[in-house]
Design a protein around this ligand. Sequence first.
Ligand SMILES: C[S@@+](CC[C@H](N)C(=O)[O-])C[C@H]1O[C@@H](n2cnc3c(N)ncnc32)[C@H](O)[C@@H]1O
Length: 590
Amino acid sequence: MSLYYEAAEVLTSVKGNNGSLKSVVFGKKTWKSDAKTLFALAAEAAKWSSVLSEVVENSGIMKLEKNLSPTLTLLLVHDLLLAKRGIALPGKHGLYVAVTRHKARLTAELTKARIRRRLTSLEALRAHVNAGSADAQGHEAGNAPAPRHPRWIRINTLRTTLEHELATTFVNYERVSQLKDVATAKATQSVIYVDDHVANLVAIVGVEEPTKFKAYKEGKLIFQEKASCFPAALLNPTVDDVHIIDACAAPGNKTTHLAALLQAALASSGESDASSCHVTACEKDNLRSQILVKMVKLAEADSTVTVKKKQDFLRLDPFSKEFSNVTALLLDPSCSGSGIVGRDEGTLNICLPSLDNGNTQDDNKRGKKRKRGAAKEKPGPPAADVKVKDGEEDQDDDASDALVEETAIEETDEAKLKARLESLSAFQLRLLTHAMAFPTARKITYSTCSIHNDENENIVVKALSSEVAREQGWKVMKRSIQVDGMRKWHKRGSIEAVKTVAAGLGEESISSLDYEEIAEACIRCDKRGDDGTMGFFVAGFIRDSSTTAAAPETKAPATRTKPAKKKTKTTKTTIDTHKDEEWNGFGDED
Ligand SMILES: C[S@@+](CC[C@H](N)C(=O)[O-])C[C@H]1O[C@@H](n2cnc3c(N)ncnc32)[C@H](O)[C@@H]1O
């Protein structure tokens, strides 16, 4: 399969919410193309997609080349017009010919797109696209805008205050009262929005690169998606929370958020002993444990947080003396990552060219019409910038195969996704029921950056109907008792998902469940869209002290879960599949 087919598979997968660009490319080891080249091509084409879709649509080439799919057209036109060495295919290749014969028309449309943006050269257009401003400018030029995903920054109150940062780091930023003013700001503007669901959280857009901020380097600012702040906010630590466990902690965004909330609660209660409450942060992966330690230290959370490096949460014994006063647990396990909006995608916002304005279904329609058996696999050049040797030909390949390829890719993806979700959700349920076994715990939050019901509402319902939940009296944390910002959040869980999974569990286990109440208790965030969030899910569980189990010496509940003795195949697979879904630096996705 050529680089272009594989890059089309990547973009289709990302667009279909099957993961971030990074996880889709680097999560698969069987690409024929070099993964870095594949990533670079897909990322670049996606970044240019708003401009190139305009170019392709205005050139009308998709009406002429009926067998070209939108995704392949985007990739090929990208290389034709913007890659140093052009399209990395033999000159007689069907795809090469189908696009190259329209070079003059496409080049003219690219010039027009540049002029519409009032830019004097291709270099200026490149800079413009790199700054992530192509969409906003396209809007000015009469095209639909694609709002930018905001950069969310949590002010680390362990080290600074919101007021101080507004007066220093963000002194030149214009304060706006609506999030949409951030998303649609021009590249030349610097604006800041102070969030009203999560305290000490801001969304910014500006001319400066936030990673260069002094306060960021000093750990005073933490790049953390808004949705990713929900779990600690929902857990709402108080002075009564003497011991909190962050079960799956690295890189540590939620850990340091917990520490900041805990210290704020202690300070406002007048408690003089700041060490009277603490957080234990577990991380199973060695490398990520080290990042967690670094993050906790930089955030100055180390007096509140104890990191348990290379610690499998499932191996913690809930009945050991060490955990005899655990009051709360935050569980943010590995997941499919399907809700993640990476910096790349957030600013790239993959747009595909359509035949006529507004028609975006063409991949499928055009594909089905042309379906004629399995497409041939063509060994493609290993890299976009690899020169095709003279005389190398691939005439059997035809642009029409592209459409069959894309349809087949979607089907295979679906089966793989199903298997992956089954494995992940079994692991997530195991972790959640283990958290429920801590005898003195009174609240738990469970979260994922996934958009799939299997990892979200399904887990909540299954956990509530588990033996441990029923015996220990765990209930869902109803919306009415949630902390203000979370209660106010408008997007709740899916009642259909709750009903469907509950129905599958049988009469006995669902009798006590109130579908509507459970769905309302669940919090969802959309991937992209007007809220500026990533796809995210969080639910809370509580139990009152009357059902709190006795100490292990006096009573060992029947549901006691034994610490895992050895790594199960399921656990290993799930962790491996989602190694770096949230972390590449001191933020959610950088
Ligand atoms: C979604 S990430 C956590 C992100 C983190 N809560 C944050 O906000 O920065 C999941 C983490 O859990 C770790 N993990 C997976 N299984 C685990 C287990 N059984 N025990 C402890 N950590 C685990 C993974 O290595 C990964 O670092």
